[in-house]
Design a protein around this ligand. Structure first.
Ligand code: ZN
Length: 457
């Protein structure tokens, strides 16, 4: 060790010590359910690679590519996804059903030159509790593109964008098909993302129209590369989850409440993102979930957006460092650089960990009780304590109890957790200085999404 690095480490140590004496942003993690641990351990980097290899073998999965060729193009690719889902469904005892949800997109004068039939491939694992109508969606997009977004002929392997996301969805469906969840789990390979989020918009509108009780939507797009070409950074220990701040469908009344509570970091989507961090980091070693406080990256959109627009909690997972030489690029050599979204630039151990975060989140939500209702913080008196009340959920399984979560108003993560059996409690910390939320929890420790209390006298 050089003198310089020694001094640097010493300073870092001192800073760490000082930080320890004041505020730390240590997160309280979710509990672990043995069954979910087991599912997480079954995720295989090798399987994920085989899934991505198969998707790349269709040469292009461009939305406007052939639907009649048996080996090439989007038609063959989506038939293959469907047949794989059907294989997994055999282990579900009839609970998993598979559909090709077809729809026609009219020529839009932009990225869809003529009326085009598209299809989302959907596997639905029905919940085991007939009284539980909650739905959780996990998705990725099957379509791919080359440099020119209208080029449906050139090779567009789309290994990372977004065979990686679809591989997550498929590996989860395989493992979860035989397991029990009281809520319903929906696994989707979207089409039409690159042409304008057509598949996700179609499903989000259907969810709204049919009145699904959708509690969470997890979008996975560009999740399997851990190397940034420009900066040379290698990092497979962090992954980003983007969430919108103010909800796309915020009403005047919601704005008023947000301003009173100071809850700009507690939109439904951000609550979900924080839940993913708390759950993912409990179940997955060597991975930090980085909360991205924006709806998406610059110049980019994703399949979570139409769900946000319909008022649902929806987030996007993306790798920490993107490699733009290997996204949206024709496969070619140029000045000694290989361009194109090729499998050789992917990191399947990283993809395995990202799958695990998704699986742990979906499984926990699917097994948890419904969230508590009418969560209230009593503001009748000026006190330095916090009185909270709520009601047991009217539907679903009976909770074993509740977690009251607490964090400083400037903290991005939940920092303290109190277990409560009753439906009210007094916390010995001031409501003025902390944010609170309440989760319903089952005996195995699976907790619902946190609910932010509304003030009442
Ligand atoms: Zn994408």
């Amino acid at each position: 060790m050089t003198n310089y690095t020694f001094r640097k480490r010493l300073i870092a140590l001192i800073l760490l010590f000082l930080a320890g004496t004041t505020t730390t942003f240590a997160q309280v993690n979710a509990n672990q359910d043995e069954e979910i641990q087991k599912m997480v351990s079954e995720i295989s980097a090798q399987n994920l690679r085989a899934l991505v290899e198969k998707m790349v073998s269709f040469e292009t999965r461009h939305t406007l590519s052939t639907t009649t060729d048996k080996k090439r193009g989007i038609g063959a690719a989506r038939e293959w996804v469907k047949s794989e889902f059907e294989k997994y469904a055999k282990a579900s005892g009839g609970r998993m059903t598979v559909e090709m949800d077809r729809f026609v997109v009219k020529a839009d004068g932009r990225r869809v030159p003529q009326d085009t039939e598209m299809a989302n491939v959907i596997a639905t694992l029905k919940g085991t509790d007939a009284n539980d109508n909650r739905v959780i969606i996990v998705g990725g997009h099957l379509d791919s593109r080359a440099t020119d977004v209208m080029d449906a002929k050139s090779k567009a392997p789309g290994a990372n964008d977004d065979a990686s996301g679809v591989a997550i969805v498929m590996e989860m469906a395989r493992i979860m098909a035989s397991r029990q969840f009281s809520g319903t789990l929906v696994f989707v390979a979207f089409q039409g993302e690159e042409q304008g989020l057509y598949g996700s918009r179609h499903l989000a509108e259907r969810v709204k129209k049919e009145g699904w009780n959708l509690v969470a939507m997890q979008n996975n797009d560009i999740v399997g590369n851990s190397f940034s070409g420009e900066t040379g950074l290698h990092d497979n220990t962090r992954v980003r989850v983007f969430s919108e701040g103010t909800p796309a469908n915020e009403t005047e009344e919601m704005t008023k409440l947000r301003r009173t509570l100071g809850s700009e970091n507690d939109s439904p989507s951000r609550i979900l993102a924080r839940y993913m961090k708390m759950t993912g980091e409990a179940y997955v070693d060597q991975l930090e979930v980085v909360l991205g406080y924006r709806a998406d990256r610059f110049l980019r959109g994703g399949d979570h957006t139409p769900f946000n627009q319909q008022g649902f909690a929806a987030v996007r997972m993306s790798e920490m460092n993107e490699d733009f030489d290997h996204q949206h690029q024709n496969v070619r050599m140029e000045n000694g650089t290989q361009y194109g979204d090729l499998i050789e630039f992917m990191d399947f151990e990283y993809l395995r960990k990202n799958t695990a975060v998704n699986l742990a989140t979906m499984a926990s939500l699917g097994r948890a009780p419904y969230a508590p209702e009418a969560v209230t913080v009593i503001t009748a008196n000026l006190t330095n304590k916090t009185d909270l009340t709520w009601q047991a959920p009217a539907k679903g399984k009976k909770p074993a109890g509740y977690y009251v979560l607490m964090r400083e108003t400037s903290s991005p993560v939940w920092e303290k957790k109190f277990f409560v059996k009753e439906t009210k409690t007094t916390i010995n910390y001031s409501k003025d200085n902390y944010f609170f939320a309440v989760q319903a929890v089952d005996a195995a420790g699976n907790a619902s999404l946190p609910v932010i209390p509304v003030p009442a006298r």
